[in-house]
Design a protein around this ligand. Sequence first.
Ligand code: HAM
Length: 425
Amino acid sequence: MMSAKFRTIKGVQDILPPRTCLWQRVEDAAKRIFSLYGFSEIRTPIIEFTELFVRSIGEDTDIVEKEMYTFHDRAGRSITLRPEGTASVVRAFIQNNLYNLPAPQKFYYCGPMFRYERPQKGRYRQFHQIGVEAFSIDDPYLEAELIEMLWLLLEELGMENLNTEVNSIGCPECRPDYKKKLLNYLEGNLGSLCADCKRRYRHNPLRVFDCKFPNCKEIITGAPKITEFLCENCGDHFKRFLSYLKKLDIPYSINPSMVRGLDYYTRTVFEITTTSLGAQNAVAAGGRYDTLVEEFGGPRTPAAGFAIGMERLITLLEEKPFEPPKPDVYIISLGEDATDVAYTIASSLRREGLQAELSYGTGSLKSQLRRADRFNASLALIIGEDELKRGTLTCKRLSDGFQGEIKMTGLVSDIKRYLNHDQDT
Ligand code: HAM
């Protein structure tokens, strides 16, 4: 048994083949679909100054209070492993004057994020997101379009049983009034709130909505609804957003208790949830954040985005039958001379775009054939002494056992015929 020191840290995991094929499938589909909507890839560092996350995500949030991987570097600076991607993209947007690019500026990213959460199914300490951020668009069509893009991706991946939950959490103009109403309501229930909520509610009462304790959850269901307190502009924005969702044929439900666990949101927030994941049911989530760029010293820039939780999406994909890629050809060789020829053949097949695996000439014919089967190869190519003398190969289709001899010259077209099950093979 391996020493615990050399095993993965709690809450993080290796992602192994053939599972990595699913990851690639998701990433490829996302990149293709996002580029149809004008998004380009951005890569930001995994480490940032701690202050970036504290100021953007918010001091009273679970992420900042309890979940950040923060350490001091050798120069004594406080550094944090990114718990999410939006703050870094906003920082990069300002630092690199990306607001000077023609608007709208649209970016996507993929990579690991880190949160010191209690690990469970669908919740890890190192997890991965594919996220997008779009800048300089005020129009609520942006949020609807982002959700449409997300749906397109999830549909293409064959996802079912999804729901879009939406809400509006207002803006710096109308939220203070709502906060007062909420505070009054919470004050009447203070005795039943958990210690965290008691501590946080006065400074940031919206955070009580994130609490997982049943008592707090019950109290919050009776709280005044933020959508009833939106200012005229926010109300109009929300109405138009919903009408665009309808136009785009995206099913949604309004969840007036959803405020999202990060402080930077304004107006629209949304989550894509599924009934197939248990407690950790949000596959993707996002919203608008119109004030964040300005708060970090950039020009006034409306913005919105979302992030997909890769592990959760992959879990859903794994419920469906999935065939990992397999070699087109497994080359079996008997003897040193035959093995040398096998190497040359493998090289030329790969140059022609065929996936070729080699036995490297080890083992008997029987054991090499067994390995070809274990690799799930489509064809076994056999080179023995007789074949070498005749300048031929024995080609065996492993699905039906069909077998024939093919010439070493013009090999590729013959192999393709075997692979395509042509009549004349
Ligand atoms: P978030 O809701 O914190 O939003 O995370 C987005 C998604 O990441 C979640 O819906 C979930 O699928 C996944 N996720 C979060 N934490 C974990 C975890 N510990 N283990 C596994 N998966 C997890 C954000 O991060 C925002 N930056 C999204 C955004 C982008 N908003 C605007 N732009």
